[in-house]
Design a protein around this ligand. Structure first.
Ligand SMILES: Nc1ncnc2c1ncn2[C@@H]1O[C@H](COP(=O)(O)OP(=O)(O)OP(=O)(O)O)[C@@H](O)[C@H]1O
Ligand SMILES: [Mg+2]
Length: 235
């Protein structure tokens, strides 16, 4: 299996009002085709920051990020957007749905940069993705007309519309009741069974969920450490 995503000694920090935080201080990771990786760690440890760097939404301060062998520092912002729209599916911790747009339009958004697809194909893909999460009948709803769980599923459909080879999920069940959360994970795991090359990287606070992944890492002291994920029930 070939490597689809890697971080090599990545550092990323922020300065706000003279105060400096450095959540990533030498984080390294290698993800292969078909991998199912979970990442856990305390609140504020940098999990979302890590996922944003993995998803090419933010550039690291130092270190190397490679997606399918391409070092992302070599790409312009425009090339990076195009790359994201064809390879990476991203589910944000806080959904980031655009409220003035319908669910369907939100789902089609990552395809905006795709010149290889006609408007009709983009619409068809978006509808198919909404169907995958059971929301085809809500295509014309605005986000605020949807429940939290439905918004989460729209956010997942938006990632699926890309037909990604790498799927990055930031707390995809964090806002859901256990039953809806379980159905969301079933959708994702079914997708991986249908597409065995799909790499899934899941950030979660839920140790039961983390334990479902083939490998689990803890983000601590700015670095990633391989750890056995122990489900709550056997602790
Ligand atoms: N855009 C930003 N500007 C300034 N500081 C930021 C920014 N993004 C993250 N941080 C800071 O980086 C640190 C890590 O934040 P991050 O959101 O990555 O944590 P997290 O592990 O995802 O937490 P949680 O489990 O609560 O979602 C925090 O101290 C946060 O304040
Ligand atoms: Mg987070």
């Amino acid at each position: 299996m070939s490597e689809v995503l890697s971080l090599d000694k990545v550092e990323k920090g922020f300065s706000v009002g003279g105060h400096r935080v450095e959540p990533l201080r030498g984080a390294s990771l290698s993800v292969l085709q078909g991998d199912y990786v979970s990442i856990v760690g305390p609140s504020g440890s940098g999990k979302s920051t890590l996922l944003h760097v993995l998803g090419c939404l933010e550039r690291p301060d130092r270190g190397v990020v490679r997606v399918e062998g391409t070092e992302i520092s070599s790409l312009s912002d425009e090339a990076l957007s195009a790359f994201r729209g064809s390879v990476l599916g991203f589910v944000f911790q806080r959904f980031h749905l655009v409220d003035r747009m319908s669910a369907l339009r939100n789902v089609a958004m990552p395809l905006d940069y795709r010149e290889d697809l006609t408007p009709g194909e983009k619409r068809e893909r978006a509808l198919h993705a909404l169907t995958q999460v059971g929301l085809e009948s809500h295509a014309e709803h605005r986000p605020r007309q949807l429940s939290g769980g439905q918004q989460q599923r729209v956010a997942i459909a938006r990632a699926l519309a890309v037909r990604p080879r790498i799927l990055l999920l930031d707390e995809p069940t964090g806002n859901l009741d256990p039953e809806t959360g379980a159905s969301v994970m079933q959708i994702i795991e079914a997708l991986q069974r249908e597409n065995p090359d799909l790499a899934v990287i899941l950030v979660t606070h839920d140790m039961d969920l983390a334990a479902r992944a083939a490998s689990c890492y803890r983000l601590e002291d700015g670095g990633l450490h391989r750890t056995p994920a122990v489900p709550e029930a056997v602790r």
